[in-house]
Design a protein around this ligand. Structure first.
Ligand code: FES
Length: 137
């Protein structure tokens, strides 16, 4: 089996048996992103403990690449500092997926979860910034 085939199997495995799928009762951050062209959507929710991602879940529907990459991202993010998302790049996501050859539409699929995670995390970081600076002004 070539490495491309192995990654394809891994993507399908995540699609069929998504890790961290579901919703949290209590969240510190969340965001939902959709791809209007195909109707796919993903929502990411997380809690934070000591500045790090605690529980993290995603829900939604879509193609194998969008769902698998979102699921993989939740595993990658868990336990990391929330600030880590600032360094997270699309190259990291492509690498995580085994650098598959992706057309423009599929690139959007692969990056849907990253967009949701970044929007959610920046929302959280923004609210913390306001909490820490708002009362001093
Ligand atoms: Fe819609 Fe992949 S086909 S995100």
């Amino acid at each position: 089996m070539s490495s491309a085939e192995i990654y394809k199997e891994i993507i399908l495995d995540y699609y069929r048996h998504p890790r961290n799928y579901g919703k949290l009762e209590k969240t510190d951050g969340s965001a939902r992103e959709t791809n209007p062209l195909c109707g796919d959507d993903v929502e990411i929710q997380f809690s934070v403990a000591d500045g790090k991602f605690g529980e993290i879940r995603y829900s939604g529907k879509g193609c194998a690449i969008s769902q698998a990459s979102t699921s993989m991202l939740t595993e990658l993010a868990k336990g990391k500092q929330v600030e880590w998302v600032k360094e997270l790049s699309k190259e990291d996501v492509f690498k995580m997926l085994g650098n598959p050859e992706l057309g423009p539409a599929r690139v959007k699929c692969a990056l849907l979860g990253m967009k949701a995670l970044k929007v959610a995390a920046y929302g959280y970081l923004g609210s913390k910034f306001e909490e820490n600076n708002g009362s001093d002004s």
